[in-house]
Design a protein around this ligand. Structure first.
Ligand SMILES: Nc1nc2c(c(=O)[nH]1)N[C@H]1C(S)=C(S)[C@@H](COP(=O)(O)O)O[C@H]1N2
Ligand SMILES: [Mo]
Length: 312
């Protein structure tokens, strides 16, 4: 997502990462390459099952594998290469209890423990398409609950028109924050009606298990009709605002990364087309990108009065 990167380079990155992925698979089977054992990134450990129910809001497409979803990540706090989070995030200790600061235009301000949020929530399995602004896509079986439930607990006031999310800022644990590739902490935002939409979830799990660190433990946002960068990870603050928040990606390159970031094949990135995507692990952009990532029947009405070219 750097401005110097062309779509060709993006394709090459996917290719290189796939090689690393294959190398990891070989390493896992104990196979040796060129006489030395390949030290590629390992998938996240498994075995922390969550109690979940199946959601009716799912896609029928087959999900990407656990191995792929935990070794091919964007989480710049742990490095900018897709393989970096799998290598650097396992050391991260989501502190216990994990608290989320609730601020701004709401009645119930103050810290709230994730444990307390989860008590009384029914966790759902939600299989969603994920489209990254870089041109690749995946299908991800999240475990989560509607963000609307958490918002209602906070009792937003009538002035709350937007909601702003902030990621943990902890250079000691997040080595990527030593680089100035983005301004830290990572910030994202949604308009209140987008945040309250039933498709918008807080994810705390993957494949029925506790969310791996590289995917944004202990909680991250998932907004399936928007580009992946809206899905902010490891959230420590939620603020209700009257004015539209400015996201980290908007700040870094406003012409390329807008506030809305709705998946739209007709609105290109300044450096590449968004008309097609590579459905990983395929490397070829042969899949046609669909407006609102295919969720238009459920979300198009949110934008009926808006020019999507201006509000990209
Ligand atoms: N805090 C934080 N959240 C983040 C990012 C990041 O670098 N930092 N990357 C975003 C991008 S660009 C994408 S595509 C998704 C990737 O999520 P995944 O690794 O679980 O697939 O996380 C998003 N959330
Ligand atoms: Mo992304």
């Amino acid at each position: 997502m750097d401005r110097i990167r062309s779509s060709d380079i993006t394709d090459r990155q996917i290719y290189l990462n796939r090689r690393a992925f294959i190398a990891a698979a070989l390493a896992a089977t104990g196979a040796a390459v060129s006489g030395t054992r390949v030290r590629a990134q390992e998938p996240a450990a498994r075995g922390r099952k969550l109690v979940t129910v199946r959601s009716s809001l799912s896609t029928a497409e087959p999900p990407n594998s656990w191995e792929h979803l935990t070794t091919y990540n964007n989480f710049y706090e742990f490095g900018t290469r897709k393989s970096d989070p799998a290598r650097n995030a396992p050391k991260f200790k989501p502190r216990q209890p994990w608290t989320i600061a609730i601020e701004g235009e709401c009645a119930k301000k103050g810290p709230i423990a994730l444990e307390d949020v989860l008590r009384g929530e029914t966790l759902e399995d939600r299989i969603y398409r994920h489209r990254c602004v870089e041109g690749w896509s995946m299908v991800i079986p999240w475990v989560g609950f509607p963000l609307a439930n958490l918002i209602k607990r906070c009792e937003p006031t009538s002035k709350a028109k937007f909601i702003e999310f902030t990621t943990l800022h902890d250079v000691g644990q997040m080595p990527g924050q030593r680089s100035d590739v983005l301004e830290w902490p990572y910030v994202e935002g949604l308009r209140m009606d987008e945040a309250l939409h039933p498709l918008t979830i807080v994810a705390v799990g993957l494949y029925g298990e506790v969310l791996p660190n590289q995917n944004g433990a202990p909680l991250r946002l998932v907004v399936p009709w928007k580009y992946g960068f809206k899905g902010i990870k490891s959230i420590v603050k939620i603020r209700f605002t009257e004015k539209q928040p400015v996201s980290s990606w908007q700040l870094s390159w406003p012409q390329a990364y807008g506030f809305y970031a709705n998946v739209n094949p007709a609105v290109d990135h300044p450096e590449w087309s968004q008309a097609t995507e590579a459905r990983l692990p395929s490397l070829f952009k042969t899949t046609k990108t669909v407006l609102f990532n295919g969720y238009g029947d459920q979300v198009a009405s949110l934008y009926s009065s808006m020019d999507l070219r201006k509000n990209y």
